[in-house]
Design a protein around this ligand. Structure first.
Ligand code: FNR
Length: 350
């Protein structure tokens, strides 16, 4: 059942990135991608020299060569093991950190171990993140980290997905104390993330009090897990939940200054979105659906080219914005427009 679900997720996520000519259903529940409402004020003399730009980033005691990572996706079935292998090869060739998908299939069936450990095997010197749900026990968290010799642990929060998922969890109140127990039990940094519905400032403050080290706001605008789970349901479904959540820029604005280092993912389409997220306070930016789509459509070489181009353009954009480091982008002059501006005004963020 779990292996089947993991294959479904890959297939249905990939379908969301199909050419827009044939949308699977009307899009009235979708907001526009709010990254488009983040604009840089152009200053024609702020440019620096490309050779002075460094992509290295630091947060929560972690040091990454680039502020870009392959975010959690998969593992648990033969096909998803192959995908993890190919993602890890691309991560190795480009120096990107990489997260596996949720390792709960491994905890239920140790026979699936190789579909996750292949990531460490292919990226032996890289930064690898294990991934679990918030219901895991400290002992399970240690096993997941141990299998990968992981450098950090991601814990995903996905109440909306579970609600829409036919076989999903229906009890969430034990998650917060469970996160605190895991954070106290593992000896690697713990990063809590959403799966595409965003973390609010209130959530990030709570995570800080639970002993978490960083938060990936993982907002809406990209892969839509309400839609994926609706596509796996018999009708009637929860179509009206497909517009739920905070976009990635809105979540970053809500959560900055909440006491935890932030990462950003969800709806990142191109290098300008990476730069926008960094300017709103993220220390690094993740992508899942776009990388998966390139891999499935074009293979590992295409994914390596995709990532290499993004890193090249990221350096170019930092050069024209005069930012020597990813963190320096936070000093850029940014204009917020449209619904994102209205959100900030409503929330007292500006
Ligand atoms: C995901 N995502 C995810 N997240 C997580 O924490 N654990 C998981 O097991 C999965 N599984 C998963 C499968 C597939 C096929 C996709 C595409 C994504 C969510 C992912 O990490 C990310 O938060 C969202 O996909 C939003 O980012 P993008 O896809 O818009 O870049």
């Amino acid at each position: 059942m779990t292996a089947h679900r993991k294959d479904d997720h890959v297939r249905l996520a990939h379908a969301q990135y199909a050419p827009a000519s044939e949308p699977s259903r009307p899009d009235e529940t979708q907001w526009p991608n709010q990254f488009d409402e983040v604009r840089f004020v152009h200053h024609a003399l702020t440019g620096t020299d490309r050779e002075k730009v460094s992509l290295t980033t630091r947060f929560a005691g972690v040091h990454w060569p680039v502020p870009l990572y392959i975010n959690a996706m998969t593992g648990g079935s033969p096909r998803t093991g192959e995908i993890n292998r190919d993602l890890a090869i691309a991560a190795r060739e480009t120096g990107l950190p990489i997260a596996t998908g949720s390792m709960s299939p491994y905890l239920k069936d140790p026979g699936t171990a190789s579909t996750f450990s292949v990531v460490r095997r292919e990226h032996p010197d890289g930064f690898v993140l294990a991934n679990l749900n918030a219901g895991a026990t400290p002992e399970q968290a240690r096993r997941a980290v141990g299998l990968l010799d992981a450098d950090a642990l991601q814990i995903h929060l996905n109440t909306v997905q579970e609600t829409v998922m036919p076989e999903g969890d229906r009890a969430f109140s034990h998650w917060a104390p469970g996160i605190a127990r895991i954070a106290a039990a593992v000896d690697v940094p713990v990063i809590v993330k959403e799966v595409g519905f965003g973390l609010s400032g209130r959530t990030v403050r709570e995570l800080r009090s639970l002993g978490v080290h960083a938060a990936d706001v993982a907002g809406s605008g990209g892969t839509n897990f309400a839609r994926i789970e609706n596509d796996r349901r018999d009708r009637p479904d929860y179509a009206y939940l497909e517009g739920w959540g905070l976009s990635t820029p809105a979540a970053l604005l809500d959560a900055r200054d909440c006491g935890l280092p932030l990462l950003a993912s969800g709806g990142v389409r191109h290098p300008l979105d990476i730069v926008r997220a960094l300017a709103l306070g993220a220390h690094a930016v993740g992508a899942s659906g776009p990388f998966l789509t390139t891999l499935l459509d074009g293979g590992v070489d295409a994914l390596v080219r995709h990532i290499t181009t993004w890193l090249d353009h990221l350096t170019a954009l930092m050069t024209l914005l005069g930012a020597h480091t990813p963190d320096a982008l936070a000093h850029c002059d940014v204009l917020l427009t449209g619904s994102l501006r209205a959100f900030c005004l409503d929330r007292g963020l500006m």
